[in-house]
Design a protein. Structure first.
Length: 122
């Protein structure tokens, strides 16, 4: 049975997904500013540079997903633009690889190292 043009089972599934807690890194990737702010408030500034199980920082995810507002918030809250993932890639590597010109410029202004190389020498 459809409710508002959406089948009931679909609406129920969407509501379940929307109410499921997400990780800090996923919130950064999705651009969920409220979840990012809540996490940082609850866990302190030291949590901003934590790596996830894949070795990627929240800043890396936000850059990859082109979430400029989240990137700026993370930097303002103390994210280290020099921090690298398990492959030695910094946020600047991600920004350049994804063609994120504005984020590249922002990261450089925030102290990113344009000469840093990852584990593949790039």
């Amino acid at each position: 049975k459809a409710v508002g043009g959406v089948p009931e089972e679909t609406r129920t599934y969407v509501e379940k997904v929307q109410s499921t807690p997400i990780t800090f890194h996923e919130a950064c990737k999705r651009g969920n500013m409220k979840a990012v702010q809540d996490y940082l408030s609850a866990n302190g500034a030291g949590a901003v540079d934590e790596h996830d199980s894949k070795g990627i920082t929240a800043l890396g995810y936000a850059i990859g997903a082109n979430r400029g507002a989240v990137v700026k918030l993370l930097i303002e809250k103390g994210a280290d633009p020099l921090k690298v993932d398990s492959s030695g890639c910094s946020g600047l590597h991600y920004a350049a690889a994804y063609g994120r010109k504005e984020l590249t410029e922002y990261l450089l202004s925030a102290g990113a190292d344009k000469n840093a190389k990852n584990t593949q020498g790039q």
